[in-house]
Design a protein around this ligand. Structure first.
Ligand SMILES: [Zn+2]
Length: 162
């Protein structure tokens, strides 16, 4: 029987774990910066853009055997205090990435695009580790590694483009 694991990503420093333990199906989320408030902003992100990032980074990370769906969602469709998450099923090789609609974003307008691409890379790095024997009750070290790797990958990508 498949059970689900939910863990919050550590962009903001604290971790929320909703442990049910399972190797086959799991979720990870990316937290909102703490102390921020949502401001009304225009549609900066499109699902086409998110899907283009997913496709590009999926290929780079060698995750082509996965069927990955990407969605832009509102604040209330994500775990509290998060800006993105991923849910995957290892046996089905299916994953869904949800990223926060820019309307609800607390990030400065000029940083939303890069921040959201970072979230996509971050969640895909989690997916690249989906087969590892991760400890769903202690995701701190996983978060730390995923944060560093995703930031390094995006920085390299930006350096390449310049
Ligand atoms: Zn994470």
């Amino acid at each position: 029987m498949r059970t689900a694991v939910l863990a919050a990503c550590l962009l903001a420093g604290s971790v929320n774990v909703y442990p049910e333990s399972a190797a086959t199906s799991a979720s990870r989320t990316t937290e909102l910066p703490s102390g921020s408030t949502a401001t009304a902003q225009g549609p900066i992100l499109t699902e086409a853009q998110i899907n283009a990032w997913v496709k590009r980074w999926q290929k780079r990370l060698g995750l082509q055997d996965w069927k990955i769906e990407a969605k832009i969602v509102r604040l209330w469709q994500l775990p509290k205090g998060t800006v993105a998450n991923i849910h995957w099923s290892l046996p089905r090789r299916q994953a869904t990435i949800k990223v926060l609609d820019s309307i609800d974003s607390a990030v400065a307008k000029g940083e939303i695009v890069r921040d959201t691409e970072l979230s996509v890379v971050h969640e895909l790095v989690h997916l690249s580790m989906a087969k590892l024997p991760l400890d769903s009750n202690n995701t701190d070290l996983e978060e730390e590694a995923v944060k560093k790797l995703s930031a390094a990958l995006l920085a390299l990508d930006k350096a390449d483009r310049e």
